[in-house]
Design a protein. Structure first.
Length: 123
């Protein structure tokens, strides 16, 4: 078992999130467990709970990472499809920043809805 001091707090979180995402991609979300995530990161399940409150919290962080990636892709796609005239008009009016802010707000709202829903992750 790797000692916790071998990796920074942030590195352990990233390792756990990446392992959890891989498990979900390969086996489906129903197969996600703390033990499986721990075995992929060479840490114990108990060590994961030092970085995440519970499995639900880990899943919410996965969702947040997914929404961040979606925002990045949407930003690139949006900027690629603007004409030079649109870029000038939107840039001067700060519309792109407003659009990105709205996307971030939508993502946060999504996470709040997940918390309020009767989700199998939240039982």
């Amino acid at each position: 078992m790797t000692r916790r001091s071998d990796h920074s707090h942030e590195k352990i979180r990233v390792m756990a999130l990446e392992a959890a995402e891989q498990i979900i991609l390969e086996q489906g979300h129903a197969e996600l467990t703390a033990c499986k995530v721990a075995s992929e990161t060479v840490y114990t399940a108990g060590a994961l709970y030092l970085d995440f409150e519970n499995l639900n919290n880990l899943i919410l962080h996965i969702n947040a990472r997914t929404l961040d990636r979606l925002l990045q892709v949407m930003t690139v796609v949006q900027l690629r499809h603007l004409t030079d005239e649109d870029r000038s008009r939107f840039s001067s009016a700060n519309c792109i920043s407003t659009l990105l802010s709205l996307i971030q707000t939508a993502g946060r709202s999504y996470l709040n809805i997940v918390l309020l829903m009767n989700s199998p992750y939240l039982s």
